[in-house]
Design a protein around this ligand. Structure first.
Ligand code: M6R
Length: 365
């Protein structure tokens, strides 16, 4: 039931504060991750993990790409991420004591399931799925599972599944991190940021009117570029996927530092450019990349920390977000990008919940 909402997608975007709370409930204490959430056997397995291989498709793949930054930064262990349709057909060299992780909303994606089955033969230490459907094939066939508690996701465009996956991946990075580089002070800081996350998501959803207004600039366009750096690069990829999937506008994500290696040639006054710009270590680098875009007449739409120092002018629209801890920025910055593609699609009159040519669950190859 869509309730007061015009589409399931909008309802599911707005549910995020609640389902993030649900996904965290009982999985963290005030200061720590409660790793029993990964299953009774998790402890003995986690004690042995020395690296992680993540495999998924689409939006779930993007959450894996974000997690790589956390796993390597916080836990200090190598993390590899690949789309399932490539992984399953490749000869894989399996490192010693590597944990095989699948991520999936449905738990039924054919390529992800086939990748899990091939991983079993390949010699991984154990398998873990981060999944939103308890009785799914992935949950049944994996050694360990962590359920995201997003509730049923009806819109084909994945929204709340993605952000709850990110929470799950933070908990996993912390649980593994404890056994490696992560101090208990750092764990406490990360957990305390997670406690603030649902409220910050509420605050960002309150920007909906501003984002609606911004979406008007996109509805007549045919192409767009999404830019981010570091952990925000996969967030930009997810923003671009959302826009192309439901509005049918060609959207491509680039790590901003790659602009001058090719895509800058595409930039002109007809090309909207979305930038994800929290106030992090890479902000100054991103800013100089964005100046190159402006110099070519590109119109910028910057989702920025209110302290990032961007100003509105003829070439730049700034959407200011609250200041958030670096650790949760990828989650918080995802929400306005979801809203942007939603509003553009509504303006274009597409079938938002059932975009053409796509199915919610891809159970065939
Ligand atoms: O159910 P899964 O998470 O395994 O699905 C994977 C992709 O098919 C899915 O995320 C798809 O990319 C979404 N429609 C994107 O919004």
């Amino acid at each position: 039931d869509k309730g007061e909402y015009r589409h399931y997608m909008l309802k599911e975007i707005y549910e995020q504060p609640k389902v993030l709370r649900n996904t965290l409930q009982g999985r963290i204490s005030k200061t720590q991750v409660l790793e029993e959430a990964f299953g009774a056997e998790a402890k003995a397995i986690f004690d042995q993990v020395e690296s992680v291989q993540i495999v998924a498709c689409g939006t779930s793949y993007h959450s894996g790409l974000v997690a790589k930054y956390w796993m390597e930064d916080w836990a200090g262990i190598p993390c590899y991420v690949e789309v399932a349709s490539e992984f399953r057909y490749r000869k894989v060299v399996v490192p010693k004591n590597s944990l095989f992780v699948t991520i999936s909303q449905s738990g039924e994606t054919a390529d992800t399931l086939a990748a899990l089955r091939s991983a079993k033969e390949a010699g991984y230490l154990a398998s873990l799925t981060i999944c939103n459907v308890a009785n799914s094939s992935l949950a049944r066939e994996s050694d360990l599972s962590f359920m995201t508690l997003a509730g049923p996701e009806i819109g084909v465009a994945s929204t709340k599944a993605f952000t709850t996956q990110l929470v799950a991946l933070q908990l996993l990075s912390i649980a593994l991190g404890r056994r490696h580089n992560l101090s208990s002070d750092k764990e406490q800081a990360l957990v305390s940021a997670l406690h603030q996350l649902p409220q910050l998501c509420e605050d960002v959803l309150a920007l909906d009117d501003t984002i609606l207004h911004t979406s008007e600039a996109f509805s007549e366009k045919h192409h767009s570029l999404f830019l981010g750096r570091g952990v925000q690069y996969p967030v930009a990829m997810e923003g671009a996927l959302k826009l192309k999937e439901i509005s049918y506008i060609h959207a491509e994500a680039y790590p901003a530092g790659e602009l001058k290696h090719g895509p800058l040639a595409l930039v002109d006054s007809d090309m909207p450019i979305v930038a994800v710009a929290p106030n992090d270590d890479l902000l100054e680098k991103l800013k100089s990349n964005l100046q190159e875009v402006q110099a070519r007449g590109g119109k910028l739409f910057v989702f920025a920390d209110k302290n990032s120092g961007f100003v509105n002018d003829e070439s730049t629209v700034v959407i200011n977000l609250p200041h958030v801890d670096d650790s949760i920025a990828p989650l918080v910055y995802t929400l306005p990008l979801q809203l942007l593609s939603y509003h553009v699609a509504v303006l274009k009159g597409t079938d938002v919940d059932q975009p053409r040519n796509l199915a919610k669950s891809v159970t065939v190859e």
